[in-house]
Design a protein around this ligand. Structure first.
Ligand SMILES: CC(C)(COP(=O)(O)OP(=O)(O)OC[C@H]1O[C@@H](n2cnc3c(N)ncnc32)[C@H](O)[C@@H]1OP(=O)(O)O)[C@@H](O)C(=O)NCCC(=O)NCCS
Length: 164
């Protein structure tokens, strides 16, 4: 990885870059855990729906040497819908840095917990970041069914003096 990593807010001009990251993460990383038909179904993107989804909630971009390398989002109830890292930038702390930004925002919003439905691929990442599995889960997309896991991490705040 060359260049410093910066976490910044998503801009509409990032749309094609985040779609490319989404597809790279699925085809290059998640393909170890899901079948080729599942990967094709998951990676298929409706560009305008994807753009609308990004506009509907905060999304963070991790850029490395000014190139987008990963992205994550946060819905108002603490749900993380998307966390994807480009194949070329995997296992270099990009997702960890994105999750830090998401957690910071969750804290600022006064949320109690972060929740997600982690893929088989993402489960070890979330577990390493302190999330626990609440229940197994399945979802269907484009005619394919996917195993995943509902996971949760409480937002921990330092206790104030008067709470002690
Ligand atoms: C899950 C994902 C976002 C992780 O991104 P990443 O930038 O590679 O993760 P990081 O480098 O920040 O990993 C931080 C730590 O998480 C753990 N971790 C991450 N990926 C792991 C894996 N495949 N197996 C075991 N542990 C893993 C490790 O403890 C890692 O620290 P280490 O590399 O020092 O050992 C990425 O693999 C991805 O995009 N996967 C495909 C798409 C996907 O499933 N997205 C989630 C949808 S719910």
């Amino acid at each position: 990885m060359s260049g410093a990593m910066v976490i910044r807010a998503y801009e509409t001009s990032d749309l094609d870059a985040v779609i490319a990251i989404f597809q790279s993460a699925i085809r290059g990383i998640a393909s170890a855990d899901y079948s080729p038909p599942q990967i094709a179904a998951w990676a298929s993107v409706d560009r305008s729906a994807f753009a609308a989804q990004r506009a509907s909630r905060p999304t963070w971009i991790a850029s490395v040497g000014s190139m987008p390398a990963g992205f994550a989002d946060l819905e108002p109830d603490g749900h993380i819908d998307m966390l994807y890292v480009d194949f070329a930038h995997r296992r270099r702390g990009v997702a960890r840095a994105l999750l830090k930004a998401v957690a910071c925002e969750a804290d600022r919003l006064g949320l109690d917990a972060l929740v997600t439905e982690a893929s088989i691929t993402a489960r070890p990442f979330f577990a390493a970041q302190g999330f626990r599995v609440v229940a197994p889960d399945t979802v269907s997309k484009n005619g394919q069914t996917f195993q995943r896991y509902r996971m949760r991490r409480d937002v921990v705040r330092p206790r104030r003096a008067r709470d002690r």
